[in-house]
Design a protein around this ligand. Structure first.
Ligand SMILES: [Zn+2]
Ligand SMILES: [Zn+2]
Length: 267
């Protein structure tokens, strides 16, 4: 089974000339799972040849604009392209009101159902099951309710019978959050961990005040969790030296990558 992760946006707060706000697309056997939906997501999907109609579910971490402002445009385009399949959307309870607002003004021509399910949870909780992948949600610690998502490949009975030790692939997404001890438990053993690292270590006070993480905190989470690889992003506009930035991660967790818009990771 192939997991392919496409990075659509890596900025924090506002779009800049070469960065869009947060969004990533996980593709599992042709099924698309969109995680966060920052502004610019449609153009990024076009550039990366991702079909609006093949998105099975959207997972929103929290209702800050840099994670959700792309949603209305994307839903509208799905309707224009004649989508009929149900679309599952997960996110904090309050996202239900945002979707209701969209429906009341913009969904006249829409021929598909939006199935919204709140992600609100206090521990790792199953939330979505597809043919190939099971998705769980877990709480993050941010200024407002915020949830991470974990994607685990479902191993068929037949495959497991042939190889009892076989381990499915896995990916987890953590944004935005301050560092806390339980987080590494929620993402334990994943092949690839995306963890926000808005600030470098010299701005750790700011990270706490603004409910974000630093490079070292993201790397420490990956190390404690036993993750295979760490991807970091959600960069503050004040980060200019990316060699120094990623060096802070790699000094704790060597297999760290500072992701860029348009990057693709197959695993
Ligand atoms: Zn953010
Ligand atoms: Zn935020």
């Amino acid at each position: 089974m192939n997991f392919s992760l496409k990075i659509l946006g890596t900025a924090s707060a506002v779009p800049i000339s070469d960065r869009n706000p947060s969004a990533q697309m996980l593709s599992v056997n042709g099924r698309l799972f969109l995680i966060d939906c920052g502004e610019g997501v449609q153009q990024q999907m076009r550039r990366m040849h991702l079909s609006f109609l093949k998105v099975e579910a959207i997972f929103i971490t929290h209702i800050h604009g840099d994670h959700v402002f792309g949603l209305f445009g994307l839903l509208s385009s799905m309707a224009m392209y004649g989508r009929t399949a149900d679309l599952y959307i997960y996110g904090p309870q309050a996202l239900g009101s945002v979707i209701k607002f969209y429906r009341s003004f913009f969904a006249d021509e829409s021929a598909f159902e939006i199935v919204f399910k709140p992600a609100d949870c206090t521990e790792l909780t199953p939330i979505h099951k597809s043919k190939a992948v099971a998705v769980s949600t877990f709480p993050l610690r941010h200024k407002i309710p915020c949830f991470g998502y974990r994607f685990d490949e479902i191993i068929s009975e037949r495959r497991r019978a042939g190889n009892p030790a076989c381990k499915g692939k896995s990916f987890a997404y953590c944004s935005d959050t301050v560092a806390f001890a339980n987080l590494s438990e929620y993402v334990r053993g994943v092949d690839v961990l995306y963890h926000e690292a808005t600030y470098m270590n010299d701005m750790s006070d700011k990270a706490v005040n603004r409910w974000h993480s630093t490079t070292s905190q993201a790397a420490q989470c990956a190390l404690t969790a036993g993750a295979g690889r760490l991807l970091v992003g959600h960069y503050s506009s004040r980060i200019l030296d990316f060699d120094a930035y990623i060096a802070e991660c790699m000094s704790i967790f060597p297999d760290s990558v500072a992701v860029q818009d348009g990057d693709v990771f197959d695993f």
